[in-house]
Write a protein that binds this ligand. Structure first.
Ligand code: GLN
Length: 241
Protein backbone atom coordinates (compact mmCIF):
# COMPACT_ATOMS: atom_id res chain seq x y z
CA UNK A 1 0.00 0.00 0.00
CA UNK A 2 1.07 3.54 -0.62
CA UNK A 3 -0.24 7.08 -0.09
CA UNK A 4 0.66 10.00 -2.32
CA UNK A 5 0.75 13.08 -0.13
CA UNK A 6 0.80 16.61 -1.49
CA UNK A 7 2.23 19.34 0.74
CA UNK A 8 0.70 22.43 -0.80
CA UNK A 9 2.42 25.82 -0.44
CA UNK A 10 5.24 24.68 1.89
CA UNK A 11 7.11 27.79 0.72
CA UNK A 12 4.54 30.30 2.01
CA UNK A 13 2.30 28.46 4.49
CA UNK A 14 4.41 26.87 7.20
CA UNK A 15 4.05 28.36 10.68
CA UNK A 16 4.96 26.87 14.05
CA UNK A 17 6.30 23.61 12.66
CA UNK A 18 3.29 22.82 10.48
CA UNK A 19 5.42 20.65 8.20
CA UNK A 20 5.85 18.31 11.18
CA UNK A 21 2.37 17.06 10.27
CA UNK A 22 3.65 15.67 6.98
CA UNK A 23 6.63 14.05 8.75
CA UNK A 24 4.27 12.54 11.31
CA UNK A 25 1.96 11.11 8.64
CA UNK A 26 4.89 9.62 6.77
CA UNK A 27 6.42 8.02 9.86
CA UNK A 28 3.15 6.54 11.07
CA UNK A 29 2.59 5.02 7.62
CA UNK A 30 6.14 3.70 7.34
CA UNK A 31 6.01 2.14 10.82
CA UNK A 32 3.12 0.05 9.43
CA UNK A 33 4.99 -0.89 6.25
CA UNK A 34 2.99 1.55 4.10
CA UNK A 35 4.91 3.73 1.66
CA UNK A 36 4.42 7.49 1.67
CA UNK A 37 5.42 9.62 -1.26
CA UNK A 38 5.57 13.33 -0.39
CA UNK A 39 5.41 16.01 -3.09
CA UNK A 40 6.00 19.64 -2.17
CA UNK A 41 3.98 21.95 -4.37
CA UNK A 42 4.87 25.60 -4.00
CA UNK A 43 3.85 28.77 -5.81
CA UNK A 44 4.01 28.22 -9.58
CA UNK A 45 3.91 24.41 -9.37
CA UNK A 46 1.54 22.35 -11.58
CA UNK A 47 -2.05 22.73 -10.40
CA UNK A 48 -3.28 19.16 -10.94
CA UNK A 49 -4.09 17.28 -7.75
CA UNK A 50 -5.12 14.12 -9.62
CA UNK A 51 -2.22 11.94 -8.36
CA UNK A 52 -2.80 12.66 -4.66
CA UNK A 53 -4.60 10.78 -1.91
CA UNK A 54 -4.01 13.34 0.82
CA UNK A 55 -3.29 17.07 0.75
CA UNK A 56 -1.75 19.08 3.60
CA UNK A 57 -1.90 22.89 3.78
CA UNK A 58 -0.32 24.78 6.69
CA UNK A 59 -0.85 28.25 8.08
CA UNK A 60 0.59 31.65 7.22
CA UNK A 61 0.49 35.30 8.06
CA UNK A 62 -2.01 37.66 6.41
CA UNK A 63 0.79 38.81 4.09
CA UNK A 64 1.51 35.32 2.75
CA UNK A 65 -2.19 34.63 2.33
CA UNK A 66 -2.40 37.67 0.06
CA UNK A 67 0.75 36.67 -1.83
CA UNK A 68 -0.67 33.32 -2.88
CA UNK A 69 -4.00 34.60 -4.23
CA UNK A 70 -2.88 34.89 -7.86
CA UNK A 71 -1.47 31.40 -7.79
CA UNK A 72 -4.65 30.07 -6.21
CA UNK A 73 -6.91 31.54 -8.84
CA UNK A 74 -5.07 30.27 -11.88
CA UNK A 75 -6.98 26.97 -11.72
CA UNK A 76 -5.68 25.57 -8.46
CA UNK A 77 -8.92 26.62 -6.77
CA UNK A 78 -10.91 24.39 -9.15
CA UNK A 79 -8.49 21.50 -8.62
CA UNK A 80 -8.83 21.75 -4.84
CA UNK A 81 -12.63 21.83 -5.05
CA UNK A 82 -12.70 18.84 -7.41
CA UNK A 83 -10.36 16.86 -5.16
CA UNK A 84 -12.53 17.61 -2.12
CA UNK A 85 -15.66 16.53 -3.99
CA UNK A 86 -13.85 13.37 -5.00
CA UNK A 87 -13.17 12.49 -1.35
CA UNK A 88 -9.45 13.22 -1.25
CA UNK A 89 -8.36 13.66 2.37
CA UNK A 90 -7.26 17.17 3.37
CA UNK A 91 -5.68 18.44 6.56
CA UNK A 92 -5.61 22.23 6.55
CA UNK A 93 -4.32 24.46 9.36
CA UNK A 94 -5.25 28.05 10.22
CA UNK A 95 -4.38 30.18 7.13
CA UNK A 96 -4.72 27.03 4.98
CA UNK A 97 -8.05 26.26 6.62
CA UNK A 98 -9.33 29.80 6.09
CA UNK A 99 -8.29 29.47 2.43
CA UNK A 100 -10.88 26.75 1.82
CA UNK A 101 -13.66 29.15 2.82
CA UNK A 102 -15.16 32.00 0.77
CA UNK A 103 -13.10 34.92 1.99
CA UNK A 104 -10.93 36.45 4.70
CA UNK A 105 -11.24 40.12 5.50
CA UNK A 106 -8.17 41.18 7.48
CA UNK A 107 -8.52 43.49 10.47
CA UNK A 108 -7.05 46.33 8.39
CA UNK A 109 -9.67 45.90 5.70
CA UNK A 110 -7.88 43.84 3.03
CA UNK A 111 -10.07 41.24 1.44
CA UNK A 112 -8.75 37.85 0.32
CA UNK A 113 -11.23 36.08 -1.92
CA UNK A 114 -10.59 32.40 -1.37
CA UNK A 115 -12.09 29.32 -3.00
CA UNK A 116 -15.44 28.67 -1.33
CA UNK A 117 -14.94 24.91 -1.08
CA UNK A 118 -16.28 25.03 2.49
CA UNK A 119 -19.22 27.13 3.62
CA UNK A 120 -17.31 29.43 5.95
CA UNK A 121 -15.83 32.92 6.05
CA UNK A 122 -13.29 34.70 8.24
CA UNK A 123 -13.15 38.22 9.68
CA UNK A 124 -9.97 39.61 11.17
CA UNK A 125 -10.01 41.24 14.59
CA UNK A 126 -7.36 43.40 16.20
CA UNK A 127 -7.10 41.14 19.25
CA UNK A 128 -5.31 37.93 18.34
CA UNK A 129 -6.39 34.60 19.73
CA UNK A 130 -3.20 32.99 21.03
CA UNK A 131 -2.28 30.06 23.22
CA UNK A 132 -2.34 26.37 23.84
CA UNK A 133 -5.88 25.03 23.64
CA UNK A 134 -7.85 21.84 23.52
CA UNK A 135 -11.00 20.60 21.89
CA UNK A 136 -13.08 17.44 21.60
CA UNK A 137 -13.40 16.02 18.12
CA UNK A 138 -16.85 15.22 16.78
CA UNK A 139 -17.76 11.52 16.60
CA UNK A 140 -17.24 11.51 12.82
CA UNK A 141 -13.60 12.43 13.47
CA UNK A 142 -13.00 9.83 16.17
CA UNK A 143 -14.21 11.72 19.27
CA UNK A 144 -10.82 12.06 21.00
CA UNK A 145 -9.53 15.17 22.79
CA UNK A 146 -7.00 17.16 20.75
CA UNK A 147 -4.42 19.61 22.09
CA UNK A 148 -2.82 22.28 19.93
CA UNK A 149 -1.54 25.82 19.68
CA UNK A 150 -3.53 28.62 18.06
CA UNK A 151 -2.45 32.09 16.96
CA UNK A 152 -4.89 33.91 14.71
CA UNK A 153 -6.56 37.22 14.18
CA UNK A 154 -9.21 35.70 11.94
CA UNK A 155 -12.54 34.70 13.45
CA UNK A 156 -14.14 32.00 11.35
CA UNK A 157 -17.89 31.46 11.10
CA UNK A 158 -19.37 28.25 9.71
CA UNK A 159 -22.48 28.09 7.53
CA UNK A 160 -25.38 26.34 9.25
CA UNK A 161 -24.89 23.07 7.33
CA UNK A 162 -21.17 22.74 8.01
CA UNK A 163 -20.06 20.47 10.84
CA UNK A 164 -17.30 21.77 13.12
CA UNK A 165 -14.26 19.56 13.58
CA UNK A 166 -14.81 19.71 17.32
CA UNK A 167 -15.98 21.64 20.38
CA UNK A 168 -13.62 23.88 22.33
CA UNK A 169 -12.79 22.71 25.86
CA UNK A 170 -10.26 25.45 26.55
CA UNK A 171 -9.13 28.35 24.35
CA UNK A 172 -10.76 30.13 21.39
CA UNK A 173 -11.20 27.81 18.37
CA UNK A 174 -13.02 29.24 15.34
CA UNK A 175 -14.02 32.61 16.78
CA UNK A 176 -13.92 32.61 20.59
CA UNK A 177 -17.71 32.92 20.69
CA UNK A 178 -19.67 29.88 19.59
CA UNK A 179 -17.54 27.05 21.00
CA UNK A 180 -16.78 25.52 17.61
CA UNK A 181 -13.33 24.56 16.40
CA UNK A 182 -12.41 23.87 12.79
CA UNK A 183 -14.58 22.28 10.15
CA UNK A 184 -15.25 18.78 8.92
CA UNK A 185 -16.62 18.15 5.40
CA UNK A 186 -16.31 14.89 3.44
CA UNK A 187 -12.66 13.92 4.07
CA UNK A 188 -11.57 17.48 4.85
CA UNK A 189 -10.24 18.28 8.32
CA UNK A 190 -9.80 22.02 8.87
CA UNK A 191 -8.38 23.30 12.17
CA UNK A 192 -6.77 26.30 13.84
CA UNK A 193 -4.28 24.02 15.54
CA UNK A 194 -0.58 24.50 14.86
CA UNK A 195 2.03 22.94 17.01
CA UNK A 196 2.15 20.83 14.78
CA UNK A 197 -1.16 19.16 15.58
CA UNK A 198 -0.57 15.55 14.57
CA UNK A 199 2.50 14.35 16.54
CA UNK A 200 0.83 14.88 19.91
CA UNK A 201 -2.61 13.72 18.71
CA UNK A 202 -1.86 10.32 17.16
CA UNK A 203 -5.51 9.18 17.08
CA UNK A 204 -6.41 12.09 14.83
CA UNK A 205 -3.43 11.37 12.59
CA UNK A 206 -4.47 7.74 12.17
CA UNK A 207 -8.08 8.76 11.58
CA UNK A 208 -7.05 10.99 8.67
CA UNK A 209 -4.69 8.34 7.26
CA UNK A 210 -7.48 5.77 7.40
CA UNK A 211 -9.84 8.09 5.50
CA UNK A 212 -7.26 8.34 2.72
CA UNK A 213 -6.44 4.62 2.73
CA UNK A 214 -10.09 3.52 2.71
CA UNK A 215 -10.89 5.84 -0.17
CA UNK A 216 -8.00 4.38 -2.15
CA UNK A 217 -8.20 0.70 -1.24
CA UNK A 218 -11.83 0.24 -0.11
CA UNK A 219 -10.76 -1.18 3.23
CA UNK A 220 -7.76 -0.55 5.44
CA UNK A 221 -6.52 -1.14 8.97
CA UNK A 222 -3.66 0.43 10.88
CA UNK A 223 -1.78 -1.75 13.37
CA UNK A 224 -1.47 -0.18 16.86
CA UNK A 225 1.80 1.61 17.65
CA UNK A 226 3.54 2.35 20.93
CA UNK A 227 2.34 5.95 21.39
CA UNK A 228 3.82 6.45 24.88
CA UNK A 229 5.90 9.49 23.92
CA UNK A 230 3.03 11.02 21.93
CA UNK A 231 0.60 10.68 24.83
CA UNK A 232 3.16 12.08 27.28
CA UNK A 233 3.38 15.22 25.08
CA UNK A 234 -0.43 15.35 24.94
CA UNK A 235 -0.71 15.08 28.72
CA UNK A 236 1.94 17.76 29.25
CA UNK A 237 -0.16 20.30 27.33
CA UNK A 238 -3.32 19.20 29.16
CA UNK A 239 -1.67 19.84 32.53
CA UNK A 240 -0.53 23.31 31.39
CA UNK A 241 -4.13 24.11 30.50
N1 GLN B 1 -3.21 35.23 9.09
C1 GLN B 1 -4.29 34.46 9.62
C2 GLN B 1 -4.85 35.00 10.90
O1 GLN B 1 -4.18 35.69 11.63
C3 GLN B 1 -3.82 33.04 9.80
C4 GLN B 1 -2.75 32.90 10.86
C5 GLN B 1 -2.16 31.54 10.97
O2 GLN B 1 -2.14 30.76 10.02
N2 GLN B 1 -1.64 31.23 12.14
O3 GLN B 1 -5.99 34.71 11.18
Amino acid sequence: MELNICHLYPDVLNLYGDRGNVMCMRKRLEWRGIDAKITRMGLGSPVSLAPYDLVFIGGGQDFEQQVLLDDLHRGRDREIKAAIDDGVAFLTVCGGYQMLGSYYETYDGKRCDFIGALDLYTLGAKKRMIGNYKFKLGESSGGSVVVGFENHSGRTFLGSGLEPLGRVLSGYGNNGEDGTEGARYKNVFGTYSHGPILPKNPELCDHILLCALKRKYGTAELAPLDDGAEYAAHEEICTRL
